[in-house]
Write a protein that binds this ligand. Sequence first.
Ligand code: NAD
Length: 427
Amino acid sequence: MSTPLLTDANRRLERALKYVNISDDASERLKFPKTSLKVSIPVRMDNGSLRVFEGYRVHYDDTRGPTKGGIRYHPNVNMDEVQSLAFWMTFKCAALNLPFGGAKGGITLNPKELSKFELERLSRGYIDAIANFIGPDKDIPAPDVYTNPMIMGWMMDQYSIINRQRSPAVITGKPIGMGGSLGRETATGTGAFYVLQAMMRRFDQPPQNTTVAVQGFGNAGSAVARLLFDAGYKIVAVSDSQGGVYAPQGLDIPSVQHFKDTTRCVQAVYCRDSVCDLVEHDKITNAELLALDVDILIPAALENQITAENASDVRARYIFEVANGPITADADLILENQDIYVFPDILVNAGGVTVSYFEWVQNRSGLYWSLDEIHQRLQTQIVAEAEKIWAIAQERGVPLRTAAYIHALDRLSEALNARGTRDYYVG
Ligand code: NAD
């Protein structure tokens, strides 16, 4: 039976299904994850004690190719969340026409409490536990919240040790020196920027007159904030897990970024300070940020941030979902009634998996591309799919999210039909 977040995700699917020519069997199959693995990972801590962590890896659907999806380290990671994230990956890869199915993984922990050595042992232990479940032609992990290139490097190394051969294509988002792709670290933000630029051309909204608030100044949020700042947009608010800063005249994003980077504790993997400490700006809470009177709101932190309780407080005219699942299905309906354009996660944040795909292709071919080539390919692919989704929304008179699901379902349906009847035993 579906659990709450996955139930919510499935409501978006239900809405799109009535516009798509897909068999009942195939649409029923898409409502459930294919395989869900839960593992326990014993880790020897620095003080000599043993701690056991819970980890997950879910393959949602692999009809269009090996599954692909990130690994999250967060205290709230649970099976429901991982299944939902794997669901979104399935539709994201289809919407972007990448030859992948959807997967996701995670470990339940607060990574800021672990030393670097403990994190390495945990990351290698996770790969020991799921090694049979992943592989360059099976399932290819990548970074997500609170994981980074260094952790991907440890994981690829551990998989290579287990298999007694270097296997760079098993994981993407690796350090460049270990087969990572140029442009991967900022790919999610860069892709979001390309989508935003292409879509905003439709509205009378020049960058210098456009105010933006970004919730979540992490990998994805800080990259999109920087690109928008450089393009002349006025970024008036940014936040992280500890709170946010607000400056109606506009924040100097390079300074905010510099502050975040330089206050990082040298012994730790993670920044221990908050953008809040930029005292010359007003401090605001994350709830206040979401309700700011801005043109564009960019949720780039975690899921379930805009819900039925606070959706009517949103005053932005355009929302670009850089985070996965930041808006609940109930909130969707409220935002629709307020005529707010919601550009959905499965399109807006797909730059990350698109450049992950490029990394996988480069690892397999042994031929590495320049940053210009990566950016050009990313822009061409993500803007083309954004235009198709926009066109579906106009033609069918549906919200952009439903249009994105229709677009993905068309491709999934084609693949499911082409696969034949073995899984469904229909005539
Ligand atoms: P990250 O760990 O680099 O950054 C997360 C940021 O969110 C941090 O600054 C953290 O302080 C902040 N944060 C956490 N809880 C918050 C809260 N309650 N309110 C405000 N801020 C909060 O993670 P990321 O990789 O940037 O991922 C952010 C979102 O983007 C996630 O939903 C993730 O699934 C999605 N995403 C990431 C990628 C990628 O390539 N990294 C790709 C696609 C989607």
